[in-house]
Design a protein around this ligand. Sequence first.
Ligand code: MOS
Length: 730
Amino acid sequence: MTSHIGKPTSRVEGHAKVTGAAKYAAEFNAPGLLHGSVVCATIAKGKIVGFDTSEARRVSGVIDVLTHENRPPMAGSDRAYRDDVAPAGSPFRPLYDRIIRFSQQPIALVVAEEPEIARFAASLVRVDYDEDAHVTDLMRGSKIVALRDQAVSRGNVEQAYAESEARHEAEYVIPMEHHNPMELFASTAIWQHGKLSVHDKTQGVQNVQRYLCNVFDLKPDDVRVVSPFTGGAFGSGLRPQYNAALAVLAALALKRSVRVVLTRQQMYALCYRPATIERLALGANASGTLRAVTHEAIAMTSQFENYARNDTGWSGLLYKSPNAKYSHKLAKLDLCSPSDMRAPGAATGVHALECAMDELAVALKVDPLELRYRTYSDRDQNDNLPFTSKQLRECYRQGAEAFGWDKRNPQPRSMRDGRELIGWGMASGVWEALQTKTAARIVLTANGHAEVSCATSDIGTGTYTIMTQVAADALGLPLDSVSVRLGDSTLPQSPVEGGSWMATSVAHAIVATADEIRKELARLAKKAPASPLRNAKLEDIALADSRVVSKRDARHAVSIADAMRHAAVDRIEKGKSVNFKDDGSHARNAHSAIFAEVKVDEELGVIRVIRVVNAVAAGRILNPKTAASQIVGGVVWGIGMALHEETLIDHAFGRIMNANIAEYHVPVNADVHDIKVIFVDEPDDIINRLGTKGVGEIGIVGTPAAIANAIYHATGKRVRDLPITLDKLL
Ligand code: MOS
């Protein structure tokens, strides 16, 4: 029975957010709260010889200056610093020793009574360094390591490529990019009689809690991590950030409550999408069937961790090709480790693949959409598996129809509107449909109210809302009889919210828990005086319209309130964890087709993205309103990736130059025009009980390629390095 799932539903926390009632990590207060300001290294590599903190300490209101020399104990082993989603390697340890590993590395924390005092005093800390030569340029002088587990091939690519009638080979470059969530990295560590409550900006409260316990040798009962609201994160909040460690460090040292908020500049040093060089080679028959796909990626990482995501595997997956070969290499640089950023790997790798497919279509003189049909694959060829569902064909069909693709003149520079050239481009998108072990608790009270809880976060994706919808349906209650608690490490177990797995995972945890409530209510209802359900079997009893009701005859029902009242039960509490079995028999993916129109000023090179249609196949959509918002957000970011975003490093200093929202360009409202989202019907009774896949990341995948391909169609000029700025067109 679904009266809420599948309905466009406004965010249940929307009112709290727009009225300011929703509190974020740096808005929690405590008596005597102190403020920490971080001092960052000004060199990219070397050692700290010494500090002079005397001037900083003389500032009235300064309480302490913590460095690796005077801090309380922290764990010594690498292991203690490894969080749930840490890549291979040795994680960064803040304020741990004298070694400088990247520019803007935190090296001291000035703690004061007021944030302004702390910040001013931080500017007075003098540091002597012993500087070493650094390398921060992906293109020059970095050490390259190949990842053996990402070197995959099938068939004989070299021979197939040599025998192909049409070939395309090119290199595509995606620059370093940054997340730029509105909420700054912040932690307020509240000290209460030796215990800590840490209000942290994070995508995973339990991940941060485990990290803090390991690093500071604390018991889980002594540290509670709370994050009821997250002001955007996009992957930047997956790993514990050093502000959490420093706030706790200072709180332990001073036995006081301490808040540490990073500046926007400081955030830039910490996590980013790695710049990636993508080398594609496609070979095809004249008829437009693929014979060979080769994809090699070289992405930046730090010296201390091998951060790597799947950039190239999509090329073996998405289109039918008997021969495929792909590999991933890392360039070790003197920077902090990269991090996941919306559709990590796919946003970059699929961009390159989709641009290459467009170039192959031009070489073959085949419509780019037609080429996708000719190379369509009903199986995952990497693992030779069928998909649980794949309605990508329907995405192509509905997307093309909504866009009007059949009116496209294939000739570049053939369509115009006055002084502007018009271009139409398309691309495919693909992402994983992941699901991960998650638990939920439901407390139903005799007044007919249910509280549903899980430690997951809601990073703005709509988790509060879909949890409410799923629980209301599963319990047969109206939406406003359900409240949700999340973002608290004391709540039932949740993984970090990421990878587009959270909606599916928590929804199934709620359904399983609600079923325990149903059974309990059914038992009570059967025992009610003159119960019409007394002869009903447990499996024939459902919850609907605030009643315990027979599935065979809806007239046989007892209200939930009566069932509880007659049994003198005023509270039913159930908790359950779900795990998702993967028998290895199917591939699980979400897909999309993106169509974009651009207008390019012929003389000035100014590019405008006039409209985008993004047709998505992601199983059953729990909430078309919040889901569409996710896709729109992904498309806006795709516009940014295609036209605006680029983090620039001054390699002489090994430091990011445009570490602020003035000089790191993102799309603004004037850059965003018509965006249409289509969810195609994709029934899937194999993937899970509800038939759901995630939608948090798929919206960005392929969008920059559709725009890049449209720019080629408008201008006849192929720009293979992002962002496509007007200087590159001129
Ligand atoms: Mo997402 S990049 O897994 O938050």
